[in-house]
Design a protein. Structure first.
Length: 221
């Protein structure tokens, strides 16, 4: 019995990895994007916002960046590898001029390491650059949310790894929303979030807009 328990514990991380790469769970969301595209073809060479719920919930993103054409293809709960997996369907058809990516938050919550977040971002860059070699890409730093305060050390590590990688790449930019969202005590602040402590309120998005606008305006025109 002890041997069996040991084997199950040893295999548990592998089972988790399988669950975390279950891209099929997002098929309905991706098909909804494709249906919308057929009914109302989005603009070519726009700024593509993609990633998890912080992007999906950003319903005002087009109005918030009025100087550029914008497409929102966020799907809540997704991880970095999901955006890479579906890139042929929700990146390639648009030939975006620039990409704003927010992901990695759910990855860490689901047990990925900071190094895996880095590696998955590198894979995303390689995938989209395979069909749009010159596309500019901004990685929005993983935010310090109230609900995931326990992950703060891993968030810092993941952000640092991505920031260092971005500094070595052409047209890959790390946008630091992490530091401005912390309080003077270095801790997450409730003023940026709705009641769940995870998703942002309008004040949180207003901060992001101010931090992203110079990059979006520069690369989206």
């Amino acid at each position: 019995m002890k041997l069996l328990l040991s084997l199950l514990l040893a295999l548990a991380p592998c089972f988790a990895c399988v669950a975390q790469t279950n891209h099929a769970q997002w098929n309905a969301a991706i098909e909804a994007f494709e249906s919308s595209d057929r009914a109302n073809p989005p603009p070519q060479h726009a700024v593509l916002f993609i990633g998890s719920s912080s992007i999906e919930h950003w319903k005002s993103v087009a109005a918030d960046f009025p100087e550029v054409k914008v497409i929102n293809r966020g799907f809540g709960g997704s991880e970095l590898s999901d955006s890479t997996y579906f890139a042929d369907r929700i990146v390639k058809p648009y030939h975006p001029r620039a990409i704003v990516l927010y992901a990695g938050d759910n990855d860490l919550f689901d047990g990925h390491t900071p190094q895996q977040v880095h590696d998955d971002f590198v894979a995303f860059v390689a995938r989209v650059r395979s069909f749009d070699p010159g596309v500019a890409i901004a990685f929005v730093a993983i935010k310090p949310s109230m609900a995931r305060k326990a992950l703060l050390p891993k968030i810092k590590q993941a952000n640092a790894l991505v920031r260092n990688y971005a500094s070595t790449q052409k047209n890959v930019t790390y946008i630091d929303v992490f530091t401005p969202m912390l309080g003077a005590d270095g801790q997450p602040q409730p003023k940026w979030f709705i009641e769940d402590g995870l998703h942002m309120n309008r004040a949180g998005y207003a901060l992001w807009i101010a931090l992203l606008k110079p990059w979006v305006d520069a690369h989206g025109q």
